[in-house]
Design a protein around this ligand. Structure first.
Ligand code: FES
Length: 96
């Protein structure tokens, strides 16, 4: 199954296979995602806001919640390196 990921306000869209990380989808769209780890849920800088399609997303792990708290990242953001795509989403970051 493919997922359509729309990035705003950059107005870019990619189709990726289900199971692709949101971080990889952004990379394929040519968009930067802030981070200071290698996608191992230690920096929490890759938090992105899900604007649409995020209803009933798989819940975050306890580790994801802890790393966001430790780094004072908004609880509403999802870590792009950890979120595996299984549906269409619209996503934003303040720096796009
Ligand atoms: S890239 Fe560091 S937590 Fe996602």
């Amino acid at each position: 199954m493919e997922c359509v990921i729309r990035f705003v306000p950059a107005e870019r869209e990619v189709r990726v296979p289900s199971g692709t990380s949101l971080l990889e989808a952004a990379r394929l769209a040519g968009l930067p995602v802030a981070r200071s780890c290698v996608g191992e849920a230690t920096c929490a800088r890759c938090g992105l806001q899900i604007l649409a399609g995020g209803e009933a997303l798989p819940p975050e792990s306890e580790g994801e919640r802890r790393v966001k708290q430790r780094n004072r990242i908004d609880a509403e953001l999802r870590l792009a390196c950890q979120l595996r795509l299984d549906r269409d989403l619209t996503v934003t970051a303040p720096y796009w």
